[in-house]
Structure formats: structure tokens, C-alpha cells
Design a protein around this ligand. Structure first.
Ligand code: AKG
Ligand code: FE2
Length: 251
């Protein structure tokens, strides 16, 4: 399938091109549709990864060793994460995945970016919260993973729902999941090691792509004296134009 044409101003060669050429978006899309996720190992060049790891260590220690999350690229100076949402190869990949799985041209990407740094006493509260993302494609790069104690896997039950036609149905799904009873049931399955919950062992510098909108997922905790940090770009909110969503967001 031909790739969508990018506007010329987006076709700049980024300073940190991935080491290996990115795979065919159609293959990645098929894998995500089939298995719920796809992994590209060693996506980030080692020097860029090291800079981002130093950044995270400084941020966590500047926060008293506690959990923090940084939204948007603005405060990510000195790391490849600041440039990541504009990386032309990455944009082409995201648009190609969308086009392959939806069968229609991908809209101009705009991402919701977040850098999560789990550590300290608040690591546990920010773990094992099973959810659906509001965006179709979730791209995750592990920056630091704990080297001892709990391993901080990504937990995923692949493709548990379809793309909802309306925001109202999507909202209902979220209510059915985001309540103490459902969370307790899922945590119970997790503790029993139920096989419906896949464990993705995250390797720093890899690119993990999954359908966060369609798949119930969450992260495992890490021990308080370790750091588990993930950089995430969320791509494409299918209900962005919903009047109901706008109304609910206003309050
Ligand atoms: O940090 C992770 O591994 C997953 C985070 C996540 O699912 C999210 O931020 O939506
Ligand atoms: Fe998520």
C-alpha cells in the first residue's frame, strides 16, 4: 500500500534517525491487529538513550526520589524525546499503521506525549491501574527499567474491544473498567498469573507499539528504591470531534 504523502516541511532528516530502518507499517499494523502489540528492539541509538536515562535520574532525584510525570515535549530539553514527536520516520510509521489498519488516509499526527518516572512510595499507586487509552495507537519507549526487585512489565490483554462508533459507548466502556470492582477482579487475575494477561518485558531503547484504545493494559509496579521510566506518545483520538466529549471535558 502506498505511503501517504507528507507535507514537505515534515520531511526533515531528524538528528537522531533510528539505527535500523523501520519495518513496513503494514506488517506492524497486521501484528498489532493480530497480537495486540509489536516490538522494534534497539530503536533508540545508545547515546540518545543514555542522555534520556541521565535526564530521568536527575528528574527523580530532584523530586526527592519520588514519582513524576512530564507532559509534552517542552520540558524535555537535551534529550531525543523532545524531537521524537517530529521524527519524520516515526511519523511515517504511525501514519502507515493507521492507514493499513483503518483502510483510510491518516490525519496529520498530533501526539499526546508523556514521560512517566515511577519511583519512591508513589510508584505503587501509579501501577496496576487497568485502563483503555483515549488514543488509537500507543508508542512506548522504556527509558529505565528496574534492575532489581519487581520487573515493571507492561501488562496487556490484547484487543479486548472494538473501535467504538460513538464517544458515549467509549465512555461507558471506561466506566465499566474504571471502578473498584473491575480493578479488583483484574488485579486478582494478575496475582494468579492468569494467562489472558500478557507480560511484556520492557527493554530500554526498544519501541513498543500497541493498540491502547482497544486493549486493557497497565504497568506493574517497581520497588520504591528503583526507577521505572517510560516515554509515551499517544496517537489519534478517534472521538476528538465528539460534542459529548467536549461537554464532559469542560466540567
Ligand atoms: O508506563 C507504562 O508502561 C504504561 C503507561 C500507560 O499505559 C499510559 O500512560 O497510558
Ligand atoms: Fe495506557
Amino acid at each position: 500500500m502506498p505511503m501517504p504523502a507528507l507535507p514537505t516541511d515534515a520531511i526533515e532528516v531528524a538528528d537522531s534517525a533510528p539505527v535500523a530502518p523501520l519495518p513496513d507499517p503494514a506488517l506492524i499494523a497486521a501484528q498489532i491487529d493480530r497480537e495486540g502489540f509489536a516490538v522494534i528492539d534497539d530503536y533508540v541509538p545508545p547515546g540518545d538513550l543514555q542522555e534520556a536515562q541521565d535526564f530521568v535520574r536527575r528528574a527523580v532525584s530532584g523530586n526527592g526520589g519520588n514519582y513524576l510525570a512530564i507532559a509534552g515535549p517542552e520540558r524535555l530539553d537535551g534529550t531525543f524525546l523532545k524531537r521524537w514527536p517530529e521524527d519524520s520516520d516515526f511519523l511515517t510509521l504511525c501514519r502507515g499503521i493507521y492507514q493499513s489498519s483503518m483502510g483510510k488516509p491518516a490525519p496529520q499526527p498530533s501526539f499526546y506525549q508523556i514521560l512517566r518516572c515511577l519511583s519512591g512510595e508513589r510508584a505503587a499507586a501509579n501501577s496496576l491501574n487497568f485502563h483503555y487509552d483515549s488514543y488509537l495507537l500507543t508508542a512506548l519507549i522504556p527509558i529505565l527499567m528496574p534492575e532489581r526487585g519487581q520487573s515493571g512489565d507492561l501488562l496487556i490483554i490484547p484487543n479486548t474491544r472494538k473501535l467504538r462508533a460513538s464517544y458515549a459507548t467509549n465512555f461507558l466502556d471506561k466506566i465499566l473498567l474504571d471502578n473498584p470492582l473491575s480493578q479488583a477482579a483484574l488485579r486478582h487475575l494478575y496475582r494468579r498469573g492468569h494467562r489472558s494477561i500478557r507480560h511484556l518485558k520492557l527493554k530500554p531503547g526498544g519501541l513498543y507499539l500497541f493498540n491502547g484504545y482497544r486493549s486493557i493494559h497497565t504497568n506493574e509496579a517497581c520497588d520504591p528504591d528503583t526507577i521505572r521510566s517510560t516515554a509515551i506518545l499517544h496517537y489519534l483520538d478517534p472521538h476528538a470531534d465528539s460534542p459529548l466529549k467536549r461537554l464532559l471535558r469542560r466540567h
